[in-house]
Design a protein around this ligand. Structure first.
Ligand code: ATP
Ligand code: MG
Length: 308
């Protein structure tokens, strides 16, 4: 991925080089998908020390920042990045590192937690659709509408709290909900919202290790909450509902990326590569100045010079 250092490389070659890091993790068809087929510890045989990985990620983030400027200027496409994962998989750190060079004015991060009274009194997509990024912007969903078929599915009382008329809550409630999500995403992509969905694939063992670290190191204590261990008891249920969610919603237009998450440096590189690749594929250009605008610019120049 050292291609990212060379801004003069033709677009097709860049995309080809990045695809080595993105193709193995992209899921565009649900049929036969199983999380269990993906190795959380995978690094594609790459071995890197901390410094090397950080340097590479930095060039990726700089590249992303360049692309983001053009995205903003062309004011037509937008980019929605959805992050889902089990606790301690590294959502926060990945977002922080990958987006480190991007102009904060063109980017919004929204963390979805338990819904408020107002939010829960609406249809389930309401609070998410309001936060879909406007044209020209990058929107990051730290958790997302997928929780409506994940945590709400694992903890059935959360569905009851949504006060849906009982006649409408049948045995297909989850498959219907996932179909609604797939259609919502189709709709958005036809509006020019490019959707990339990341599942940070952490292993059960590595989660335990990271929880213990949070308990052992005082400066990490704040990151630990007792509910994390309670949720861990439902690990197998979560894996089952994630399997179904990805199966029902993976598509070419809104692909999932099952990113190995046991090695943080590798998670970040893959996520950066996926985003850069998607933006490169859009072949974004700065808007052309029209002859009319040229005239205005010339007039403005004249006025400024006349001031002196
Ligand atoms: P971290 O723990 O890494 O700081 P987080 O995303 O887990 O980040 P928390 O504040 O720990 O953030 O937890 C948010 C909680 O909100 C999660 O337990 C999640 O399951 C829950 N949540 C998210 N969306 C919904 C929803 N739609 N309905 C009910 N609970 C939800
Ligand atoms: Mg948490």
């Amino acid at each position: 991925m050292n291609v990212e250092e060379d801004a003069t490389m033709p677009r097709k070659e860049i995309i080809d080089a990045l695809s080595k890091y993105t193709d193995p993790f992209r899921v565009t068809k649900g049929d036969g998908f199983r999380l269990a087929d993906f190795d959380p510890g995978d690094t594609l045989g790459l071995k890197m020390d901390k410094k090397e990985a950080a340097e590479l990620l930095q060039s990726g983030s700089e590249w992303l920042a360049m692309e983001q400027e053009v995205l903003y200027a062309q004011d037509s496409w937008s980019l929605l990045l959805v992050f889902q994962a089990m606790d301690a998989a590294g959502k926060d750190g990945t977002i922080k590192h990958v987006m480190s060079r991007v102009n904060p004015q063109g980017c919004d991060v929204v963390s979805f937690k338990q819904p408020s009274e107002e939010e829960i009194s609406h249809d389930f997509l309401w609070r998410y659709s309001m936060k879909v990024p406007q044209r020209g912007r990058i929107g990051i969903f730290n958790r997302s509408y997928y929780e409506e078929a994940l945590v709400v599915r694992v903890h059935r009382h959360l569905l009851e709290a949504q006060k849906i008329p009982s006649q409408l809550v049948g045995e297909n409630v989850w498959s219907d909900r996932l179909a609604d999500i797939a259609r919502f995403e189709d709709y958005l992509t036809r509006q020019g919202v490019v959707i990339l969905k990341f599942y940070l694939n952490l292993s059960y063992e590595e989660q335990k290790k990271r929880f213990l670290e949070r308990l052992d190191r005082p400066e990490k204590n704040w990151k630990f909450s007792a509910s994390d261990v309670r949720e861990r008891r439902h690990w197998n249920d979560y894996m089952r509902v994630y399997d179904e969610a990805i199966r029902a919603t993976a598509s070419k237009a809104a692909p999932w990326f099952v990113v190995p998450a046991d090695n943080k440096w590798f998670t970040r590189l893959v996520v950066a590569a996926v985003i850069v690749e998607a933006l490169e594929k859009l072949d974004l250009k700065y808007p052309k100045t029209s002859p009319e605008q040229m005239k205005d610019l010339a007039a403005a120049r004249k006025e400024l010079i006349a001031e002196e």
